[in-house]
Design a protein around this ligand. Structure first.
Ligand SMILES: [Zn+2]
Length: 437
């Protein structure tokens, strides 16, 4: 790991992304930020660091994708414009049943390429074939919190009981080294797809191994109504009732919730993984993120899988988050720009169990450098406003993860882009042909 000195026109610094340094520099040593500030001050500390000139660029804390199903890159574009159950029964599940662990590995590699090109240093995943995703993430040298999926009839393990045995053995055998870029959690799919008995076993294992539990909760109105009929309570109330919230819950979606549930979410420390574009495309609704923030509930932004979004890009997801909350609150003053960036970056690392204070001294060195050369970055009356409302993933010029460049001047340093794309195109075509048989 080389020590690096980077000069930037702008640096978004501070725990809340609310400090803008103009004509700044960052010094990275041993994977951490050793100094940040005005270039003239940081320059004094230079001694044998690699120098990177990004004087027409802006450094932001790297983005984190808070909810993915990474190998779903292979399913990109196979089904738009269908109702949820048709989408699942006729397209997604039949495709996944034809997916091997090797296919999932290549799909995850394509996911890593896309994450890197979108300036994303880490992702929180829930999928089967977690070991294939681990291999891809390690090769890409980016952060991952992998939560192997538990539900009935996975292509990897078959029945729910077999899946539970497979996943529990898998996570038990992992080295839960907190310094590793790849960590494990556990991923019961949802309360409607995993019975109480298995949820309780998952809780026991999660508490023994200190694993976060990554689950889909309160995604659709229908799901909430069915839970009330089945359990006599909503999915979030049910999780609390079973005691699962005594462990860390990472709850994807939380679109349809009540003030009673907000209290549970706040008191029992549930983190919301908000996926606004997926919720729009599947017509699930709009999660009341501004209400969650008012209550002091942790929120992280994600994209959901490529089958339902269809990309993994976060800058665009930040724009969507900001606009939807203003619309929902009928108030353009909710969610200032620094808060939106914070939810898409530092809060994401926190949910992954990584201590970060953004681009600040002693924080982990995860940085995204955005080029300012496109016309949509001008004028620069408020550079942070440009990040949230007018930038795009195509502005990402470099990505630094834990002090290491994985993307330098738009070149991948860890992955062979075109061989991965070629392989994934072949796999996707093969599976679509198999589905027709
Ligand atoms: Zn999901």
């Amino acid at each position: 790991m080389s020590d690096t000195y980077i000069t930037c026109k702008y640096i978004v610094s501070g725990l809340k992304c609310n400090q803008l340094i103009r004509n700044g520099a960052v010094l990275i040593e041993n994977g951490k930020i050793a100094a940040v500030g005005k270039e003239k001050d940081v320059k004094k500390l230079l001694s044998g660091h690699d120098k990177i000139d990004r004087s027409n660029h802006m450094a932001i804390p790297s983005l984190v994708n808070g909810h993915t199903h990474l190998p779903e890159t292979l399913l990109r574009g196979i089904c738009d414009n269908q109702k949820l159950m048709t989408w699942l029964n006729d397209f997604i599940w039949p495709f996944e049943l034809n997916m091997s662990i090797n296919d999932a590995y290549h799909g995850a590699q394509l996911g890593c390429l896309e994450l890197i090109e979108s300036g994303i240093s880490g992702f929180i995943d829930q999928y089967f074939y977690a070991e294939a995703i681990e291999k891809a993430a390690k090769e890409a040298n980016i952060r991952a919190l992998l939560c192997p999926s538990i539900f009935d009839n996975t292509p990897e393990s078959g029945s729910l009981e077999e899946t539970w045995i497979h996943v529990s053995n898998l996570v038990k055998n992992k080295n839960h080294n907190t310094d590793s870029l790849v960590k494990y959690g556990i991923g019961p799919h949802a309360p409607y797809s995993v019975p109480e008995e298995i949820l309780l076993k998952i809780y026991d294992l999660a508490s023994k191994l200190s694993l976060p539990i990554h689950i889909h909760l309160n995604e659709t109105k229908k799901e909430v109504e069915e839970a009330k009929q089945l359990f006599g309570m909503t999915p979030i109330e049910y999780m609390s009732h079973l005691g699962l919230t005594k462990e860390k819950i990472l709850a994807a979606h939380c679109v349809h919730t009540t003030p009673k549930e907000w209290k549970i979410m706040k008191d029992e420390n549930i983190t919301v993984l908000h996926n606004p574009q997926s919720n729009l495309k599947m017509t699930s609704g709009i999660a009341p993120v501004y209400k969650y923030l008012e209550q002091g509930i942790d929120v992280v932004i994600g994209t959901d899988g490529n089958a339902s979004n269809n990309d993994l890009a976060m800058l665009e997801e930040l724009t969507t988050t900001a606009m939807l909350q203003k619309y929902l609150a009928n108030d353009p003053t909710v969610l200032d720009n620094a808060t939106v960036l914070n939810l898409g970056s530092i809060q994401g690392l926190k949910a992954m169990g990584v201590e970060s204070t953004g681009i600040s001294v002693n924080s982990v060195a995860d940085l995204t450098l955005l080029s300012l050369e496109k016309s949509h970055s001008w004028p620069q009356n408020d550079p942070l406003s440009n990040v949230i409302y007018s930038s795009s993933s195509s502005d990402v010029n470099d990505l630094i993860v834990n002090g290491n460049f994985v993307y330098l001047n738009k070149e991948h340093l860890t992955l062979d882009k075109w061989s991965i794309i070629e392989k994934c195109s072949e796999i996707s075509q093969r599976i679509l042909t198999e589905m027709e048989k």
